[in-house]
Ligand binder design. Structure first.
Ligand code: ZN
Length: 78
């Protein structure tokens, strides 16, 4: 950060991490693919609640199946 600069990064493009990004398919996991497909179908009919539910299921699945114990231990629960 240069002297006199207020923001370290452009506040219009800085990634604040919220709202969280949609979880994506990990590798060739069929469960991830199915949940992402279902999320897309929910969004196609403007079912935002259903799409949010799919993201919750995806995060739960990915926490259980795709994270190492060390990664899980570093997860901050807000
Ligand atoms: Zn998966």
């Amino acid at each position: 950060m240069a002297d006199g600069e207020i923001y370290p990064r452009d506040p219009d493009t800085f990634d604040y991490g919220f709202p969280p990004k949609d979880p994506q398919v990990v590798g060739d996991c069929p469960t991830c693919a199915e949940l992402v497909l279902r999320r897309g179908k929910c969004r196609a009919v403007n079912n935002r609640s259903g799409a949010s539910d799919m993201n919750v299921l995806l995060r739960e699945h990915q926490d259980q199946e795709h994270m190492t114990p060390e990664q899980r231990a570093r997860t901050v629960i807000l």
